[in-house]
Design a protein around this ligand. Sequence first.
Ligand code: PEP
Length: 257
Amino acid sequence: MNRKYRRIIIAGNYKMNMLPGEIRAYAESMKTLVPRARWCETVICAPFVDLTAGLKYLKEARISVGAQNMSEYPRGAYTGEVSGEMLRDLGVKYVIIGHSERRQYFNETDLTVNEKVRAALDLGLHPIVCVGESEKQRELGLTEAHINYQVRAALSGVNEEQIRKVVIAYEPIWAIGTGNTATAEQAGEVNRYIRSIIRSIYGARLARATSILYGGSMNEKNAFELLAQPDIDGGLIGGASLVPEKFAKIIMAANQE
Ligand code: PEP
């Protein structure tokens, strides 16, 4: 982490968990577990139907609310989709774009990811853009080539003003929901590489100010070590974000002196 130059963000991803009626109790627990003084911004990315309850109750626990996806289209005949403007109208601040589960199960391509990133930015939303290699790609030594392509594709057409709102999350696919966390060194190395890509596109000042998170089986035990890496500016947390006691400890790790 480098608090001097960038926002530290601890973002939970509920995925398809947590009923709207369960959010209030979750927020109450978080309120008592997490002290007021904090160095990081805490975010919960919730299913669409949870957003209203999230905005009402999580705010009281000083937690911002994000969505897990949005349409690349502004409005129209796209049954079942939710637009960025709808999210903004509700008061949502963040939106995860290009999570590996969406790429894997819902056919999201680098092209749609880029369209969604630009649509989010045009509306003033903060996209949390997910990139990460598969186990096979890592074994074949293709991690950097893959990350380089994904980051550049996602940010194509994003200008210098807009990049300030972008958060990148490095999420190796082999580490998501598997319990196989990348070592702090592995994660730190890829995050440093991502910053070098941002630097080559936008220059040193904007690269230094970009928050780059790590995600993939981050939990209350390994968070401290991961966050001690200079280029890991927070976490995107699935499983552990569902349990207030665990999530609170990760937030505390981001508040280490
Ligand atoms: C995620 O959903 O982005 C994630 C990293 O999940 P988990 O923490 O469960 O691996």
